[in-house]
Write a protein that binds this ligand. Structure first.
Ligand code: M6R
Length: 571
């Protein structure tokens, strides 16, 4: 969480930084800030809430910026980054958590702290050490002393230089003929250049005199070539739609087609390699968080059908349950490719000798770079914090993977059926949203492949519509949850064709007076004739539409729900 950016070059830095922060906004939107260097020292701007173009610093050609997702210290202007040294020479932006900030603070002498953040200690550390050391030595000292995860940008207003260093949090460098950028990911500067390289842990970069030098913690120069990345950026302003979420839901038929084309062309080899790795390993464990976890549940369901013994574990609990060894394949599933819990699960498994593969959306992400084989879901940039089109593409990728392992799945008209489902049900979703908006609890039930979809719809209702929701296996109702069903309680049932088992669960809730909402071939929401696998997509888009219109009806900030961020880079 949190996004950082830095720039030194011939362009106007406040503008470059502001544009980068806009693109990084999905990483945190509690507050933002920037620091630039002018003739007399630092120029600082900090704001709570939304980015405002009129509030940037004065013209300059060097600066750093930050979008905050609060961890240590409440949301406030004072806690917004950049943080500044007592002598006003240095400014720092930070993504991550400095675990030993208290100990570091105690070791420093006579500094005035103004914020309640862990990050502020970094700038005072650099300030104190540069009393006797060079800035580079101070950075190396910090890398040797700090515990935790960090990607830090440092502006030295005296020498007009930029530095960036990292451990555990992502940091990319962007290069064009006119300037050098750093950022939490390639989006930070993708509007300016597509030439980039990624820093590894315990490395730092010095940006000065129109160039950059990459070094390791001992100060040794590292030679690493920049690479061109291909990444079509989405419009940051979603002109013809009210929100990114609805734009992204409606793009699902197109993004699925794009993925399929790539799996039959440039991604053909990596899909085959992934299939081979799955078949060669004794144990296959998927790991993921949130929506990606729900996609992996579907993946496991499909692979089990194909005779592959696979399981999936929530990444944050991975270490508590798994028994990975050198005969294990761990497949990480992640939209951002930067989720800390997933990265920790990968590191842990690598330590045990496991092979790592991944399924990601953001190209060149940390998870992709740590994998032996990685297949991209090719959904393009997703701006709404809620994952919608990327979930659909993750599931579509699992379908292709299962097909590759030999099972016969009929989904050739999937994209058309999704479009038809959206067209037929959008009006109904708008209408029902008016009723659901005042509800406190909603239950969603499904069986087999519809069960992960039930969980996914529930997650969306919580995240975007702020309604408590529970997605569960229909058969589990009678073991407890049925006690909560009373007159008018909304229960959304996912009913694929010929599924008598879920029908009896629907009867159970209807007998208790539930407000029964059916997603079926004939029901409150209607899907076209389809296979059970296709049904998972059709029920998903209906659930997404319903969530979107309920949140909209409530007047909520659909694309940026409270307390959340798209890329979760803390444990
Ligand atoms: O980037 P990842 O797929 O690893 O992210 C995992 C979760 O944080 C993410 O899916 C989250 O649950 C979404 N905001 C849900 O819409």
């Amino acid at each position: 969480m949190c996004g950082i950016i830095g720039y030194k070059g011939t362009e106007n830095a406040p503008e470059v930084i502001f544009n980068g922060l806009k693109r990084l906004e999905y990483r945190g939107y509690d507050s933002w800030g920037m620091a630039t260097a002018n003739g007399s020292g630092l120029d600082i701007v900090k704001q709570e809430g939304e980015l405002e173009p009129s509030k940037t610093t004065e013209e300059s050609n060097i600066g750093i910026g930050h979008n905050r997702w609060a961890t240590h210290g409440k949301v406030s202007k004072t806690n917004a980054h950049p943080h500044v040294s007592c002598d006003n020479r240095f400014a720092v932006v930070h993504n991550g958590i400095i675990e030993n900030w208290k100990e570091l603070k105690e070791e420093l002498n006579g500094h005035e702290y103004v914020s309640g953040t862990d990050s502020e200690v970094i700038v005072h550390f650099i300030e104190e050490k540069t009393g006797t050391e060079t800035v580079e030595e101070a950075i190396r000292d910090f890398l040797n002393s700090a515990k935790g995860s960090f990607a830090v940008g440092l502006l030295d207003s005296k020498e007009k230089n930029l530095f960036a260093f990292k451990r555990g949090s992502p940091l990319a460098l962007g290069v064009d003929g006119e300037g050098i950028f750093f950022g939490s990911d390639i989006y930070a500067f993708s509007g300016y250049t597509n030439e980039s390289l990624f820093l590894e842990d315990n490395e730092y970069v010095v940006i000065e005199n129109g160039g950059f030098v990459l070094k390791d913690v001992s100060g040794k120069r590292i030679q690493r070539k920049t690479r061109k990345f291909e990444w079509k950026e989405e419009e940051i302003d979603q002109k013809e739609f009210d929100h990114h979420m609805i734009k992204e839901i409606k793009s699902i038929p197109r993004t699925i087609q794009k993925l399929r084309t790539s799996l039959h062309s440039e991604q053909r080899e990596s899909l085959k390699e992934l299939k081979n790795l799955i078949q060669e390993h004794e144990k296959v464990i998927f790991t993921a968080s949130g929506t990606s976890y729900h996609a992996s549940l579907l993946g496991v369901f499909l692979l089990q059908k194909a005779g592959v013994e696979a399981q999936t574990l929530i990444a944050s609990e991975f270490e508590n349950y798994e028994r990975a060894d050198e005969n294990t394949l761990v497949v990480a599933v992640s939209q951002s490719g930067e989720t800390k819990d997933v990265l920790d699960a990968i590191e842990h498994s690598k330590g045990k000798g496991a092979t790592i593969a991944s399924i990601v959306n953001v190209p060149h992400s940390s998870i992709e770079r740590k994998s032996t084989v990685s297949v991209r879901v090719k959904a393009g940039q997703e701006i709404c914090v809620a994952a919608t089109k990327t979930f659909a593409n993750q599931v579509a990728l699992f379908l292709e993977l299962a097909r590759e392992t030999g099972i016969d799945l009929k989904t050739s008209e999937l994209a058309e059926k999704i479009s038809e489902t959206i067209e037929k049900n959008e009006g109904k979703a708008k209408k029902l949203a008016k009723e659901l908006k005042d509800k406190k609890d909603i239950y969603i039930i499904g069986r087999g492949p519809a069960y992960p979809v039930a969980r996914e719809i529930a997650l969306k209702l919580k995240e975007i519509a702020y309604i408590h929701a529970e997605g569960m296996m229909g058969g589990e109702l009678k073991h407890g949850t049925l006690a909560l069903i009373e007159e008018g309680t909304p229960v959304i049932s996912l009913i694929p064709e010929n599924s008598s088992e879920i029908e009896s669960n629907v009867k159970e809730v209807e007998a208790r007076g539930a407000n029964s909402i059916r997603i079926a071939s004939s029901g409150d929401f209607e899907v076209p004739e389809c296979t059970p696998e296709e049904f998972t997509f059709l029920a998903t888009v209906i659930g997404f539409l319903l969530t979107y219109y309920t949140a909209k009806e409530k007047g909520l900030p659909v694309d940026k729900p409270r307390n959340l961020a798209k890329s979760v880079t803390v444990r």
